[in-house]
Design a protein around this ligand. Structure first.
Ligand SMILES: *Cc1c(COP(=O)(O)O)cnc(C)c1O
Length: 392
């Protein structure tokens, strides 16, 4: 049985796997990230099982480790690529350009040309100026139009910056035709760690209206919808099961498209693919109080916001922590090791540790396989970037 200071391990991973990770990490310097490829394989298969009609474009940015990409490529995944650097990596790993989309709405014309030259023919867009660039640098390519979403219900919203209002999307579709591009589909991202599956319904309703407008008014048959990422990883705030997401989303698709669903339905999971596959092993650097009357104890780790845990900004993502010591539960404030006072992980959400915990002991941060290593800074205060290991 787990003590009150720990989140029940079994709801995040089998205890046996945790012990394997702990053993594997024993001689590794902290902080480090241990990635279990078996979890990624299982997550990919679960998506295929529950959403068999959807083609998976893995969002590389979530965890770009070569072995993660290679595994997913071998399982048949396609890839949502955001930069020429990710493109180069994927080409180096032997991924075919037909299995990629340039999924970033913010791109230089010379980078579009680079993607085109390497064989990529599928591009996202959300503005006239971007369509202009694509038409020059990637003539005749397929384009899909990203819609704005509000990100309500998401722990990490991705709103405002990406996508266009449906009114503008209509103009973009017409412009793309005029510029010799192929309007291919419509995309949206409901917000990352989206805990309200109803957000897919909101966006799909807009997609349906645009779809019908394209057919009836613009005399265009769109072929593809891209329902984004947003599927959850397992953090301390509970979510519905993937099965529930899948049932609801299929119902929304029926409401929108009846029995004639689009030819191609794409999803772009990042977090739900890689999140649960990682454990960060960290060390306690200091345990201290700020005043004699303070109730909470400060616990400083050798990893913080700059070392890979940036998604704790505003305490948005709440990772489960696992302490291996003993004792009664004491309330703590968790903070990182850098000389920046914003480097506090959790201060409002109070975590607990066993009172016999000592400086120098290890702490395990679960479900940290996504958006950690790829976000870690390379030299702040001289700290090296978070080091990943594949569990062997
Ligand atoms: C980051 C991103 C994703 C992945 O989203 P998750 O919520 O991590 O699954 C998918 N699509 C696009 C365009 C993205 O930018």
């Amino acid at each position: 049985m787990d003590k009150p200071y720990n989140f029940p391990l079994e709801s995040f991973m089998p205890r046996e796997r945790f012990e394997r990770i702990r053993e594997f990490a024993k001689d590794k310097e902290t902080p480090c990230l241990i990635i279990d490829l078996e979890v990624i394989r299982a997550n990919y298969q679960a998506l295929r099982t529950h959403l068999p009609f959807a083609k998976v474009f893995y969002a590389v940015k979530a965890n770009p480790h070569d072995e993660v990409v290679s595994l997913l490529a071998s399982l048949g995944a396609s890839f949502d690529v955001a930069t020429r650097y990710e493109l180069d990596q994927l080409l180096r790993l032997g991924v075919s350009p037909e299995k990629m989309s340039f999924g970033n709405t913010i791109k230089k014309e010379r980078d579009i040309a680079y993607f085109y030259e390497k064989g990529v023919r599928l591009f996202v867009t959300d503005s006239i100026s971007d369509i202009d660039k694509i038409s020059r640098a990637a003539p005749g390519s397929k384009v899909f139009f990203r819609l704005l979403t509000e990100g309500l219900g998401a722990d990490w919203p991705l709103s405002r910056k990406f996508g266009s209002h449906p009114d503008l999307a209509r103009q973009l579709i017409k412009t793309a035709v005029r510029f010799g591009l192929q309007p291919y589909g419509i995309s949206f991202h409901p917000g990352s760690q989206q805990r309200d599956v109803g957000q897919w319904s909101t966006s799909l309703t807009q997609v349906g209206q645009l779809w019908n407008w394209a057919r009836n008014e613009a005399k265009l048959d769109l072929k593809m919808i891209n329902m984004g990422g947003g599927f959850p990883a397992n953090y301390i705030e509970p979510t519905d099961s993937l099965q529930q997401y899948s049932e609801d989303i299929q119902r929304f698709l029926k409401n929108t498209f009846g029995e004639s669903w689009p030819e191609e339905i794409i999803i772009e999971p990042g977090r739900s693919m890689a999140g649960d596959a990682g454990v960060i092993v960290a060390e306690i650097v200091n345990i201290a109080k700020k005043s004699v009357h303070e109730r909470n104890t400060w616990v400083f780790l050798d990893i913080g916001k700059f070392g890979g845990l940036i998604e704790t900004l505003d305490e948005a993502i709440k990772y489960p922590f696992y302490f291996t010591g003993e004792g009664k539960a004491v309330p703590i404030i968790l903070a990182g090791p850098t000389c920046d006072s914003m480097d506090i992980l959790y201060e409002k959400r109070i975590y607990h540790m066993p009172d016999k915990t000592r400086i120098g002991e290890r702490v395990y941060i679960l479900s940290t396989g996504a958006y950690t290593q790829s976000y870690s800074s390379i030299y702040f205060n001289g700290f090296p970037p978070l080091r990943p290991y594949i569990l062997k």
